[in-house]
Design a protein around this ligand. Structure first.
Ligand SMILES: [Zn+2]
Ligand SMILES: [Zn+2]
Length: 350
């Protein structure tokens, strides 16, 4: 057992506060790591505040983890002490259902084990995430971090990166394809970078003119102000794929109208309440598809990290000490971050 310093929410309304927990003794296939950096995802806030009505307290959020291996179990073959590694949203799954067998552990039919607010398959205990100085994870759910990338900027790739990479790959973003990204937040800014690196023609949709320059810097070929009907109309029936990252409920029809025949819009933002149902005929008449996508499996997450290594892609981040996380939550609610907070976990070791 290892005493670990962490920050936890103790109920839905109080601020995150220092907390001590015990990490489990190493099982045969376990990797123990010192957490170096942890990204702040909107899901962390939803969980801390029980907005999805399933939080087990105390809750230690954090599923965008970059760490350094400090010990390994006797059967571990892929990692050794000193390796730079990552952990994303999943730390286990049943490993036997059809989805797990296909490497799509995020769709495990029994339910994957979340990095936090999950239930350990051996002990049934609540899992604690990366707002902590150390974590122990089965090697099958540990990722290798490319050495050429800034490790702090890698942390958000483990959730925001893979959440946008997976649908871009699934629906064939690449040269000759016109890809829209709706929203320029933590997810959207990764979507722009990744779609651009895949060679697609990238159009960023935003409601805010202040984001035009930044979107172009990040790799957008065009920026459309989605509140402007004329700008929207100029792109009617032209998109192969739109990745919609907006988590607030909104009218989907104006975006569906922009899809070409057989085009797909996939939703990746997780709203507290559903979007209004879109018009059926807009889908029928052009065989358009409205889809969803959840993070990515372990193999695809490694593929994404390697892709980012090859293309020199990391998240744009603002680093904070752990002690500022409550403030960061308030700023995140106001979209006052470019584009992801990352916690410097060393701030808890001082
Ligand atoms: Zn996340
Ligand atoms: Zn499974």
């Amino acid at each position: 057992m290892n005493t670990t310093h962490a920050y936890a929410a103790h109920d839905a309304t109080s601020k995150l506060a220092p907390f001590e927990l015990q990490r489990r003794a190493l099982r045969d296939h376990d990797v123990q790591m010192d957490v170096l950096f942890c990204g702040v995802c909107h899901s962390d806030l939803h969980t801390a505040r029980d907005e999805w009505k399933n939080t087990v307290y105390p809750a230690v959020p954090g599923h965008e983890i970059v760490g350094c291996v400090t010990a390994v179990g006797p059967q571990v073959s892929n990692y050794k002490v000193g390796d730079l590694v990552g952990v994303g949203c999943l730390v286990d799954s049943c490993r036997t259902c059809p989805s797990c067998k296909e490497g799509l552990e995020q769709y495990c039919e029994v339910g994957f084990v979340g990095t936090y607010n999950g239930q350990d398959r051996v002990t049934g205990e609540n899992t604690y995430g990366g707002y902590s100085t150390a974590i122990v994870v089965d090697e099958a759910f540990v990722l290798r971090v490319p050495k050429n990338l800034d490790p702090a900027g890698v942390a958000p790739l483990l959730c925001a990166g893979i959440t946008t990479y997976s649908p871009l790959r699934q629906w064939g973003a690449g040269p000759g394809k016109k890809v829209g990204i709706v929203g320029l937040g933590g997810l959207g800014h990764m979507g722009v970078k990744l779609a651009h690196a895949m060679g697609a023609h990238v159009v960023l949709f935003t409601t805010s003119t202040s984001k035009i320059e930044d979107a172009k810097r990040l790799g957008a070929d065009e920026v459309v102000i989605s509140r402007n009907p004329d700008e929207m109309a100029a792109h009617a029936n032209s998109f192969d794929l739109i990745v919609n990252t907006v988590a607030a409920p909104h009218d989907l029809n104006p975006f569906i109208n922009l899809l070409r025949r057989d085009g797909t819009m996939t939703l990746v933002g997780a709203p507290e309440h559903d979007h209004p149902s879109p018009q059926v005929f807009n889908l029928i008449m052009k065989r358009r598809r409205l889809a969803g996508s959840l993070i990515g499996g372990i193999a695809e997450t490694q593929e994404m990290l390697d892709f980012c290594g090859e293309h020199g892609i990391t998240s744009d981040i603002e680093m904070i000490p752990m002690q500022k996380v409550n403030e960061a939550y308030e700023r995140m609610l106001k979209s006052d971050v470019k584009y992801r907070f990352v916690i410097d976990i060393d701030s808890m070791r001082k």
